[in-house]
Design a protein around this ligand. Structure first.
Ligand SMILES: C[S@@+](CC[C@H](N)C(=O)[O-])C[C@H]1O[C@@H](n2cnc3c(N)ncnc32)[C@H](O)[C@@H]1O
Length: 252
């Protein structure tokens, strides 16, 4: 997976949207002073920042398999217990946290049910597990115009629409399969202004995630064609994108 990239590149590409989800995720989990929380697939720490603001660094732990992201999260959040690990093998004892959260991560897990089962295991009985994934299937995520343009130019392109949790209601099914109870589905909205088309496009050229990997795989003519197709699909700049993520909440 293309997450062995500089944290700054991630911030420009996806962090600009993901940080807008973080307060909503923490609200969904009911994160409040006095609790302990785990950020699974923390990246450089967009959600970690929100958890630290609510709980203080000593009450927050975070994991991610990407070495540069773990380094960035440690750097940005001194005092937080940040470890390099996948969701499927969490390095914590049973019942360690009041809440375990995975923001934009389930669709990248090698085994989503195993990852969510681990999140349930490290959460105390009655504690909360929350996750969200962009609506890649419905095209309402921040990459909707990009993947639509890519498909128009190459119908065989493998976009993110079939990934776990990326369609309405699928996260809840995965939560139930992982043994979580009282499972509920909802959606989150993140609105971001783009001053220019270039401001929207440039981060796609930095190789982050499946979209960045797709751009990197194209020669310069194909890249230019994709860029211009995206420009035609997006509103004239400046524009605001209202992006949608599916979310689920359940109890351990
Ligand atoms: C789109 S980023 C989300 C990062 C961060 N949560 C945010 O909201 O900005 C996806 C993250 O999932 C991580 N990831 C990929 N596979 C994972 C796995 N099996 N377990 C945990 N995290 C994983 C990646 O390294 C990356 O940091």
């Amino acid at each position: 997976m293309s997450f062995f990239v500089a944290a700054d590149a991630y911030d420009r590409f996806m962090g600009r949207y993901s940080r807008l989800l973080s307060p909503q995720m923490a609200d969904l989990a009911g994160v409040a002073a006095g609790q302990r929380a785990l950020d699974v697939g923390c990246g450089p720490g967009a959600l970690t920042a929100e958890l630290v603001a609510r709980l203080g660094p000593k009450a927050v732990a975070a994991v991610d398999p990407s070495e540069p992201f773990v380094a960035a999260a440690r750097d940005r959040h001194p005092g937080v217990d940040v470890r390099q690990a996948p969701a499927e093998d969490l390095p914590f004892p049973d019942g360690s946290f009041d809440a375990a959260l995975a923001q934009l991560v389930v669709h990248f897990m090698a085994d989503p049910v195993a990852g969510l089962t681990e999140m349930r295991r490290v959460t105390r009985a009655g504690g909360v597990v929350v996750a969200c994934v962009w609506d890649h299937a419905g095209g309402q995520g921040p990459l909707g115009a990009f993947w639509r343009a890519a498909r128009e130019l190459d119908p065989g392109v493998h976009d993110e629409g079939d990934r776990p949790g990326a369609r309405e209601g699928h996260l809840a099914q995965l939560f139930t399969a992982a043994g979580l109870t009282d499972v509920e589905s909802t959606s989150l909205v993140a609105e971001l202004d783009h001053a220019t088309f270039e401001n929207w496009w440039e981060p796609f050229t930095e190789g982050v995630g499946p979209a960045g990997a797709h751009v990197a795989s194209l020669d310069s003519d194909a890249r230019e064609e994709l860029k211009e197709r995206c420009r035609a699909l997006l509103p004239e700049a400046p524009f605001r994108l209202a992006t949608v993520a599916w979310a689920a909440v359940g109890r351990a």
